[in-house]
Ligand binder design. Structure first.
Ligand code: SAM
Length: 213
């Protein structure tokens, strides 16, 4: 099965089946440790934390190891199963839940920080709006979203949808302040060969976005 090309996903989010396929092999983002660029900003993260689209949990577990209270959600059962197994093996406490990130509205939990490494860019325009509306409910006023997404500076159309800086400002125009958007690279699993990205890893935007009161 092939991943959707990025020009198709304005109307269709990358679906669960595509992610299940990727977790059957070396998932490109699943490098067995947190992304270096995430570690660089981790001091700014405050508890409690939601890791949205947590995958097998490396960022959530890293934060738990630093003493944070963390909930990780993902809609793929296998990703959550592996995340829970890692937590047990490492003696760390994280609540990992199978949950759809486009359905955050109505959830009773509240967070001071949300981290999103590689989730926003999988969404269609409609799901993007649903996701942002749900985030507005679960993130406390003054809380921050730390978001890394494929950049429109990444050439080609393999993999997820490219996102421009302007799209980030547009998506978070109402009730949010986009504090910074900087270019970063995503580290990729060395055994992942299904797609070709820029040398040094796909180009991403890393945004820090504050929920206004
Ligand atoms: C690019 S991966 C990143 C995983 C993790 N954040 C990391 O950095 O290792 C995106 C993750 O989002 C999950 N995902 C995609 N759509 C989702 C949705 N609607 N709700 C919850 N998780 C979703 C996928 O299953 C996948 O694990």
């Amino acid at each position: 099965m092939e991943m959707p090309q990025s020009d198709l996903v304005a109307t269709n989010s990358i679906d669960r089946t595509a992610f299940e396929h990727l977790y059957a092999g070396p998932a490109p983002w699943d490098i067995g440790r947190p992304q270096r660029q995430f570690v660089a900003i981790a001091d700014r993260v405050a508890s409690p934390v939601l890791d949205a689209g947590c995958g097998t949990g490396e960022h959530a577990l890293y934060l738990a190891g630093r003493g944070h209270r963390v909930i990780g959600i993902d809609f793929v059962d296998e990703a959550i199963r592996r995340a829970r197994a890692k937590a047990t093996d490492r003696g760390l406490t994280v609540q990992f839940l199978v949950k759809d990130a486009t359905q955050l509205g109505g959830w009773g939990e509240r967070f001071a920080s949300v981290i999103d490494w590689g989730l926003f860019h999988v969404f269609s325009d409609d799901d993007r709006r649903r996701y942002v509306a749900g985030l507005a409910q679960v993130l406390e006023p003054g809380g921050r979203l730390f978001l890394a997404c494929f950049s429109d500076e990444e050439p080609g159309n393999e993999g997820p949808r490219r996102v421009s800086r302007q799209e980030l400002y547009d998506a978070f125009a109402d009730g949010w302040e986009v504090e910074s958007v900087v270019p970063v690279r995503c580290e990729i699993h060395p055994e992942f060969t299904e797609m070709t990205f820029s040398e040094g890893g796909p180009k991403m935007w890393f945004a820090v976005i504050r929920r206004l009161a």
